[in-house]
Design a protein around this ligand. Structure first.
Ligand code: NAD
Length: 261
């Protein structure tokens, strides 16, 4: 398998896109650290099932990535468990919607901490290991909102734009060490985070969930359909492959044409 024996850590991988990336990397032969919130018994069982299905090693290493000390402990535990971390996927993300002049300050701080600062702390902690290996892959899950804005999402848009900037600096500073860094910019993707937004909008508009989904996705995208988490995971696995060895510093859209306009 293409990534046989490599070690990966995916933040926010108890759900949605992160979980699909864990499964994709495990299917490609990686040992994977699963992180994020969840019921420890359930997540451990899920991690064990993925390990046995793909004949790889997995471990659930919970941490609140909004807390730098917990991030450092999470990376140290993964390194101890697997020997190194060569693939880092910064995927944990949260959302809050309000106009800027009413945006709660604690929500701003939390969104910036989880969606942006966490990636700084994880990347800083893994780079020495990647440099020692002479090989590394950093994949930051940004968003179409890393490239364009929407009203009501000031903290999310600011953090996701910032994450693309962080990706570019990571790429520039580490290219000569065999390390690439790229951002994936999904549009609407079928996960709990996105479905909650459609449900909230349906409650306000009175439309059925199905109609609200087509309305919501079609407002932004040329293709009015959700991307699947597995489609995002396929791109992440490709970015770890040798075919993508010189793809670095890029912000890659998977968004049904959202940012083409
Ligand atoms: P999700 O809600 O299904 O999963 C989010 C994950 O992040 C969960 O595992 C959760 O436990 C974890 N998490 C949240 N706060 C955390 C914290 N403080 N510490 C540790 N873990 C934490 O969301 P998703 O839709 O799969 O989103 C994944 C990423 O993709 C996010 O960064 C999101 O912004 C981005 N994204 C999603 C969409 C979409 O339409 N779903 C579109 C563009 C970008």
């Amino acid at each position: 398998m293409a990534l046989n024996g490599r070690t990966a850590l995916v933040t926010g991988s108890t759900s949605g896109i992160g979980l699909a990336i864990v499964k994709g990397l495990a299917a490609a032969g990686c040992n994977v650290a699963v992180t994020g919130f969840g019921d420890a018994v359930e997540v451990n069982a899920l991690a064990a099932a993925i390990a046995s299905q793909h004949q790889v090693q997995t471990a659930y290493i919970p941490a609140d990535v909004a807390k730098p000390a917990e991030v450092r402990a999470m990376i140290a535990t993964a390194a101890q468990r697997f020997g190194t971390v060569e693939i880092l996927v910064n995927n944990a993300g949260i959302q809050h919607i309000a106009q800027l002049d009413e945006f709660p300050e604690d929500e701003w701080d939390r969104i910036v901490a989880v969606n942006l600062s966490a990636a700084f702390h994880t990347t800083k902690a893994v780079l020495p290991m990647m440099k020692r290996s002479g090989w590394g892959r950093v994949i930051n899950i940004s968003s179409a909102h890393g490239l364009v804005a929407s009203p009501g999402k000031c903290a999310y848009v600011a953090a996701k734009h910032g994450l693309i900037g962080l990706t570019k600096v990571t790429a520039l500073e580490n290219g000569r060490f065999g390390i690439t860094a790229n951002a994936i910019c999904p549009g609407w993707t079928r996960t709990p985070l996105a479905e909650k937004q459609v449900t909230d909008r349906a409650a306000q508009s009175g439309r059925s969930l199905q109609d609200e989904e087509i309305q919501t996705v079609g407002e932004k995208q040329a293709i009015p359909a959700f991307t699947t988490p597995e489609q995002i995971a396929d791109l992440a696995v490709f970015l770890c492959s040798e075919s993508a060895a010189t793809v670095t510093g890029a912000a890659l859209s998977v968004d049904g044409g959202w940012v083409a306009q």
